[in-house]
Design a protein around this ligand. Structure first.
Ligand code: BT5
Length: 225
């Protein structure tokens, strides 16, 4: 994969910019990096907070052969690798789209949006700043080095087979074998996070049945409570 990196002092959202480029026919490998976002987005219209110049805010245009959750998982695994290589920190992946530290604090969030066969895969990774309750790498860590390591690793994960990506996700996923509460738009339920299927979806054992969760928020519940 060849990366075409565009840098901006300010954008509304790197994901919005990449989606517009995708609609205009841009090739995969286009990358937008912003020092600041005036309308950084999480999932479901939530806000992504990040003061100017502090963190890594970037989105990548991918045109995968098939659309599945494993596309954004490749980006999450690449970010995990980059954090390990540049900052020496081991992080886990919390289903569906967070990087979390050993104590469960959110270090990064990922947002995938699609337009036809194009995917804008965005990541906000806290380097020098994090909101209360979240984690950051530390101001001494070089954002450019994290970006370079992330793109290098993403190239490798894009070349990996879906089976290898799903296997790596299962190993990195801190949600598995935990009691979870799954919050969907119109209901919530609890169960044990039993497995991740071949498409990267979460399989939750409710006691009565095995439910496949394709989207939603997952809260880790203390075992036994
Ligand atoms: C996410 O959503 O975690 C996806 C975040 C994706 C952000 C990137 S930045 C580059 C690209 N361009 C964009 O516009 N977006 C992407 P979600 O799981 O919905 O989590 C959002 C929630 O995380 C918020 O409601 C806050 O509670 C919390 N949050 C906001 N800013 C945060 C930060 N910097 N660190 C940790 N948590 C944060």
């Amino acid at each position: 994969m060849t990366w075409d990196v565009r840098r901006f002092d300010e954008l509304d959202s790197t994901n919005t910019w990449i989606m517009a480029q995708a609609r205009a026919g841009a090739a995969q490998g286009l990358v937008a990096v912003a020092d600041h976002q005036t309308a950084g987005r999480g999932r479901l219209g939530r806000r992504w907070e990040s003061p100017p110049g502090a963190n890594l805010l970037c989105s990548v245009l991918l045109r995968p052969a098939a659309l599945s959750h494993l596309v954004v998982v490749r980006m999450a695994l690449a970010a995990r690798d980059a954090v390990r290589a540049v900052a020496g920190l081991e992080v886990g992946l919390k289903w569906p789209n967070d990087l979390v530290t050993a104590d469960g604090a959110k270090l990064a969030g990922l947002l995938a949006e699609t337009d036809g066969a194009a995917v804008a895969a965005g990541i906000g990774l806290n380097v020098a700043w994090a909101p209360e309750g979240a984690a950051c790498l530390g101001a001494e860590v070089d954002r450019e080095a994290v970006l370079a390591a992330l793109l290098e690793a993403l190239g490798r994960w894009c070349d990996a087979s879906d089976d290898d990506v799903a296997r790596a996700y299962r190993e990195a996923c801190v949600t598995l074998n935990r009691q979870v509460r799954v919050e969907l738009l119109d209901e919530s339920f609890t169960g044990s996070a039993a497995d991740i299927d071949a498409d990267g979806h979460l399989l939750v054992d409710t006691g009565a049945c095995l439910r496949t969760v394709t989207a939603g928020d997952v809260v880790l519940v203390r075992s036994g409570s």
